[in-house]
Design a protein around this ligand. Sequence first.
Ligand code: PEP
Length: 249
Amino acid sequence: MRRKLAAGNWKMNGTSADLAQIEALAQAHSSALSEILIAPPTPLLHRASQVAKSKAITIGAQDCHKRERGAHTGDVSAEMLLDAGASYVILGHSERRADHDEHDEDVRAKARAALAAGLRVIICLGEELEEREADNTLDIIGGQLAGSIPDDISSDSLVVAYEPIWAIGTGKVPSIAQIGEVHDFIRARLEKRFGHATAKAIRLLYGGSVKPANAAEIFAVENVDGALVGGASLKAEDFSPIIAALDES
Ligand code: PEP
């Protein structure tokens, strides 16, 4: 049985005043069936993990460096994130790939560092609109999966997020059939690479303009085990109904 996961990516949003959102979520979902994860910006990690402590919320980071330590001004290692209270790290988000020129091999190296430090990784894969229109979606996703996911994963340490780039923050969402096709494809590729038992236990998230209004129909898709949510995770009042829809799916 895969435990459902509702993951909120706050991106570069939030200061200490927003920790109240985590508190509100923890109170509203103290007996949630789904796992609830918030990935706040790095300066909030420690305080967020204090707020979430012994509550129904886990805390994640949004990136890490591929090296353990050293002369990398401004960067943060996986061990530091763990020490600050994170138990997950999101890697290969399309905004990191675009803004920081991160390629599959960078994502893979970061994932290896994160796993070695004891973090779980959420690895993001997704196609551009032109790639979808050219009918190249599955080739792109297959290539990213092969390149970004390291060999030494376990079903517990890896979560894969399918995030079509054209759906992130745009209000556009693929059709239910399109989401289902990509999630089935990812599951099949994982099975080929890691074997049936491991692949069956890896959680696959959909991300891209998930809102309270569309969450239930997305969560009804086979092989969708939860969501990676940006904008709608910033306020407890928006994220809460998404978590509730996941619990009910
Ligand atoms: C994201 O950034 O991972 C994301 C899915 O954003 P949004 O929900 O705002 O589209």
